[in-house]
Structure formats: structure tokens, C-alpha cells
Design a protein around this ligand. Structure first.
Ligand code: URA
Ligand code: SF4
Length: 289
């Protein structure tokens, strides 16, 4: 395969990166699960996947074939993907641990920690818009301290990426009442994908902070007619940025002359237009006062 100089993330480059990672996983000896596995299961799917599904760890069939979610839970996952308008080929599917825990026991914390860099690298390479965790173990990575019964089917932004926690498909096989809940959660995925696009396009945090600071510098407050108590105007005071720190005292000081001015010449007397639109909002520059 030839990697061209252009295109930092060309498909060929992504393919090489994923192949390299798969090779590392297949020969990995970083935890005890290496001793009991038949095949490591790195994961599979589209290099341009917009959604990454993260399960727990390979089971019996996955260990035999080296592919994720190909047993009974995998068949249910296929149904769930179809509900969401997705296919295995359009998504990327992987697990928290890449080797099967013996007798399908839960993965141990040290095994998950040893395996974590592979998942992190997969996320970096595939760069999915949306991450969907399947079950408690992958949930705990993205939503630490949460309970699946509380947050299933909900989306949150984690490290600048939209993440949704789902029940593990196997839970739906063991408990029929959960199957429909899981289906309903997957039905929401197209909406989350649109939302995920907005998250990706959202300005970076420092730009958002800058805009909030600008908005705060142009605070609004209400001026009452001192005689009747009625709201006269909704006046936006523009406070130049350097003076923003002293804003609270400025407001208190500056309100008095406005009120005095209005007392002397109520809006009705100022112009026909403002008399007609007495209750409408008016922007008033600090420097107009
Ligand atoms: N369960 C998982 O969590 N992952 C698989 O790959 C298969 C079953
Ligand atoms: Fe390596 Fe992960 Fe397999 Fe452990 S589970 S041997 S860390 S690939």
C-alpha cells in the first residue's frame, strides 16, 4: 500500500494505522488474558465510521473467530444497528478488553487499564462523531460513577465528543423487558448523530468563553418610572471591556442619571415613536446618556 504525502488522514494512512494497531493487539501480552485467549479481537468496521460502538470484551464465538459481536448478542446488535439506520460496515465496533476473559467473567480493572491505550488509539484514528457504550464496563470509562439504569439512552459531551450509554445487547437477551427499552434507545441514534455533528462544529471552549464575556459586558437591566413604578425602558448598557470588573458599582452609579432624565422627560415626551412603543425595548449606549 502506498501512502501519499498529501492528506494527513487519507484512507490509506488510516488503514495503515489501524492495521498496525491490530497487529499489536493480536500479539499483545500486556495482561493475563493473553494466556487464555484463542484470538485477540481488535475490532472492525469502517475507517470513516461516524459511530463507534464499544462493548465489554469478546465472548466464546468472538474468541474463536477474532471478530467482535458475532454471537447471540451480536445478532441482536445487528437488529439494533438496523433500527438506527446503520450497518456493521458503516460503524466501528470494538470492546474495552480485546481478549476474552475466561468463562466470560467480568474483565478486571487491571486488565481494562492494560488494554485502555488500544481503545484510545482506535478513537484517535477513527475519530467518530459519536461513541456508544454498550454495557456497564464501557460506560464506566466515559460516564464514571453513573448507573446504566439512570443514564441509558442519554447523550453527553465527553472530551468534546458526544457519547451515549446503552444497555449491553446481551441484557436484552436475558431480560425480555429490556429488549424494547434498548430498541427505543437505538431509535434515537439518528438524532444523536445530528447533534454530534453540531458538537463537532461548535466553537472551541475559549471562543465560547470570549463570547460569554462579551455578552456580559452588554448587560441588560430594567429602569422603573420612579413615580409610578412602571417599567419605562429595557436599557442595555454597554460597558467597555476594561471597565467590566467594576461593573456592579458602575451600574448602581449610572442608573441614577437615567432615572433622573426619565423623570424630567418621560419617554412619551421624547418622540412620537417612543411614545407609541412605550414598552418596547431600546438599546441605549452608555455613551448616549
Ligand atoms: N459481548 C461484548 O461485549 N463484546 C463482544 O464482542 C461480544 C459480546
Ligand atoms: Fe493485551 Fe488487551 Fe489482550 Fe490484555 S486484553 S492481552 S491488554 S490486548
Amino acid at each position: 500500500m502506498v501512502v501519499t504525502a498529501q492528506g494527513g488522514n487519507s484512507l490509506a494512512r488510516l488503514a495503515l494505522q489501524i492495521k498496525d494497531l491490530e497487529a499489536q493487539v493480536k500479539t499483545c501480552q500486556l495482561c493475563r488474558l493473553a494466556k487464555t485467549r484463542t484470538n485477540a479481537v481488535p475490532g472492525e468496521g469502517s475507517l470513516r465510521a461516524e459511530v463507534m460502538f464499544i462493548g465489554e470484551g469478546p465472548g466464546y464465538h468472538e474468541d474463536k473467530q477474532g471478530r467482535p459481536f458475532i454471537g447471540a448478542a451480536g445478532h441482536f446488535l445487528d437488529e439494533l444497528l438496523a433500527i438506527a439506520g446503520l450497518s456493521r460496515e458503516s460503524a466501528y465496533i470494538t470492546n474495552v478488553v480485546k481478549c476474552r476473559p475466561p468463562n466470560n467473567r467480568d474483565p478486571n480493572p487491571d486488565e481494562m487499564a492494560a488494554c485502555a491505550p488500544y481503545l484510545e488509539r482506535q478513537i484517535e484514528i477513527i475519530n467518530p462523531r459519536l461513541i456508544v457504550t454498550l454495557g456497564r464496563y464501557s460506560m464506566s470509562k466515559f460516564f464514571p460513577g453513573e448507573r446504566i439504569s439512570q443514564i441509558h439512552g442519554q447523550a453527553r459531551i465527553v472530551d468534546g465528543r458526544l457519547c451515549v450509554a446503552m444497555y449491553h445487547p446481551a441484557a436484552g437477551l436475558h431480560q425480555a423487558s429490556l429488549a424494547d427499552i434498548i430498541r427505543a434507545d437505538f431509535r434515537k441514534l439518528p438524532v444523536f448523530m445530528e447533534e454530534a455533528q453540531r458538537v463537532l462544529m461548535a466553537p472551541p471552549a475559549e471562543v465560547v468563553e470570549e463570547r460569554i464575556a462579551e455578552a456580559e459586558a452588554a448587560r441588560e437591566f430594567v429602569v422603573h418610572n420612579p413615580e409610578t413604578g412602571a417599567v419605562l425602558e429595557n436599557v442595555a448598557i454597554y460597558t467597555p471591556a476594561p471597565a467590566a470588573a467594576e461593573a456592579p458599582t458602575d451600574l448602581a452609579i449610572n442608573t441614577a442619571p437615567i432615572v433622573e432624565e426619565m423623570k424630567a422627560a418621560p419617554p412619551a415626551a421624547k418622540s412620537k415613536k417612543s411614545a407609541a412603543k412605550k414598552d418596547s425595548y431600546r438599546q441605549m449606549s452608555f455613551f448616549d446618556l
